[in-house]
Design a binder for this molecule. Structure first.
Ligand code: AHR
Length: 514
């Protein structure tokens, strides 16, 4: 058995978690919308076509903000196609996923769905095939009270009150050649700046996120952020980051180490953003919107997994089936996000249903939770509060991480990886949540945690997510095969907490003040 120790003090906090850190993402891709959140005719669907079984699972998952409608899709989207009488909405070819878009679900339905789910909507505008003009019209349609063509059109469409959308993404992954009309950093920076100006002139209360790099492995990473922020620094509150962790190499140790690359990525983007501020002698701090993150690799590289021939509507693409080791790597990403609560103010799990998602459905059938559902739900439920600085003493291991770009092989050097990865969140009621990942595949870790300045604590809940088979999955037939179970080996004594973590496990402990 390995030994590890962790020390923290209630007075030493990194920052408060923003409610938007617990977001997710609905794109018009595969069966995320059609056959996912929206399936008229499904036995549980309401009169609007919203699947209630999915809605119940979404509420349990607990996302707080939802990004829409893409993703790659948004870079060719005409938002006007998705509003007004459904019978007259055009069908279009979508060149992001090579599908037919029926437009029976659009902005208003999405906002309505968010209300039903109790979630804040986040909209992305098309800065690929379109630019500032379409973006400002969408802001006017959504947020202006009335008395203009666009705002009155919304009222005519049945939404008398403005939607009041606060968070807007200035395009999506505009650094990526796979994007419709991708751009150089200078081209994008200029377009984003002009769009931002006009959008904010219509509604000064909105918050804007400029596109950062679509991955740390992009050749333009670093220079992209610097140049984009040079143009948008005064016009955007956020710069975005995207990461999909992978296990292409079939190396579990490297895979579980990979969330530490998210930590580096965040630190690097913060440094670049603050470097731009420094050049301007500006006290302004650009925050980070990690608006796509997840594990994704099985259905990513082969065209057959991404594209079904014949331009179908809502095909079963990107339907990644998540196993236990995916949930562990995902848990590591949760810890990385929590531990940067001072600068990462929004984050979106990509995505929500069916396409690389925590929730799976069968069209006309049931819905169930994938393995990654659990760390996300626990993060959202127990991660609210002040994230504490932790001093972790743990043995380490060496790992390599393979993160290919296109056909190019890229191996990323990693620092020594601590077997134990930890986040600690103090809540406003004097309690504490601990998130612990044991990355040792064969040994238990006995952890001693010294928690200073908390008074008397007691265990409210303690669970572990693990399985003898790291490849175990949940299915329609066995939806509860992988789920958190009660952790027996946890004890609290004054300011000391002791827990024994199973090999390759994700543990969550909630302590309350007595
Ligand atoms: O989430 C799937 C895709 O991944 C998104 O459409 C795109 O933004 C990213 O490349």
């Amino acid at each position: 058995m390995r030994k590890a120790s962790v020390m923290m003090d209630r007075d030493f906090a990194i920052g408060k978690t923003d409610a938007r850190l617990f977001g997710a993402f609905v794109e018009h891709v595969g069966r995320c919308v059609y056959g996912g959140i929206y399936e008229p005719g499904h036995p549980t669907a309401d009169e609007r076509g919203f699947r209630q079984d999915v809605l119940e699972l979404v509420k349990e998952l607990g996302p707080t903000i939802m990004r829409y409608p893409g993703g790659n899709f948004v870079s060719g989207y005409n938002w006007e196609d998705g509003v007004g009488p459904v019978e007259t909405r055009p069908k279009r070819l979508d060149l992001a996923w090579f599908t037919k878009e029926p437009n029976t679900f659009g902005t208003n339905e999405f906002v309505e769905w968010c209300h039903a789910a109790g979630i804040e909507p986040m909209l992305a505008v098309n800065l690929g095939t379109r630019s500032g003009d379409a973006a400002r019209n969408l802001v006017e349609y959504c947020n202006h009270p009335g008395g203009t063509t666009w705002s009155d059109l919304r009222r005519e469409h049945g939404w008398e009150k403005p939607h009041g959308i606060k968070f807007w993404c200035l395009g999506n992954e505009m650094d990526g050649p796979w994007q419709m009309e991708y751009k150089t950093a200078t081209q994008y920076g200029l377009v984003a700046k002009e769009a931002a100006k006009m959008m904010r002139w219509i509604d000064p209360t909105i918050e804007l996120a400029a596109c950062g790099s679509s991955g740390r492995n992009m050749p333009t990473f670093g220079r992209w952020e610097d140049e984009v922020l040079e143009h948008t620094f005064e016009h955007a509150e956020y710069i975005s980051l995207h990461t999909y962790l992978n296990n292409y190499a079939g190396d579990t140790g490297g895979f579980l180490a990979s969330p530490d690359i998210m930590d580096m990525f965040i630190d690097e983007v913060v440094a670049i953003a603050d470097g731009v501020a420094a050049r301007r002698r500006s006290p302004r701090r650009i925050m980070l919107s990690f608006d796509e993150w997840n594990v994704w690799y099985r259905t990513r590289r082969s065209r057959a997994d991404r594209v079904k021939e014949g331009w179908p509507i809502g095909p079963a693409i990107l339907e990644e089936i998540y196993n236990v080791e995916d949930a562990l790597a995902f848990g590591g990403a949760v810890i990385s996000l929590l531990n940067h609560a001072d600068r990462v103010k929004a984050a979106c799990l990509a995505q929500l249903v069916n396409a690389i998602a925590p929730i799976m459905t069968e069209t006309e059938g049931p819905a169930w939770r994938q393995t990654i559902f659990w760390p996300f739900a626990q993060m959202s439920r127990l991660g609210r509060g002040s994230v504490l600085r932790t001093r972790v003493e743990s043995e380490t291991y060496s790992a390599t991480y393979y993160d290919p770009r296109g056909t190019q092989d890229l191996y990323f050097p990693l620092p020594e990886i601590s077997y134990l990865k930890v986040s600690a969140v103090a809540d406003d009621a004097g309690g504490l949540s601990l998130f612990l990942l044991n990355r040792d595949l064969s040994q238990e870790v006995d952890v001693d945690l010294e928690v200073r300045n908390f008074g008397r604590l007691s265990v409210v809940e303690a669970t572990e997510l693990r399985h003898d088979n790291l490849k175990a999955i949940n299915t329609k037939e066995r939806p509860d095969n992988v789920e958190p179970v009660s952790l027996r080996e946890v004890a609290v004594d004054g300011g000391k907490v002791r827990a024994t973590l199973q090999p390759a496990s994700w543990t969550v402990v909630k302590l309350a003040a007595n």
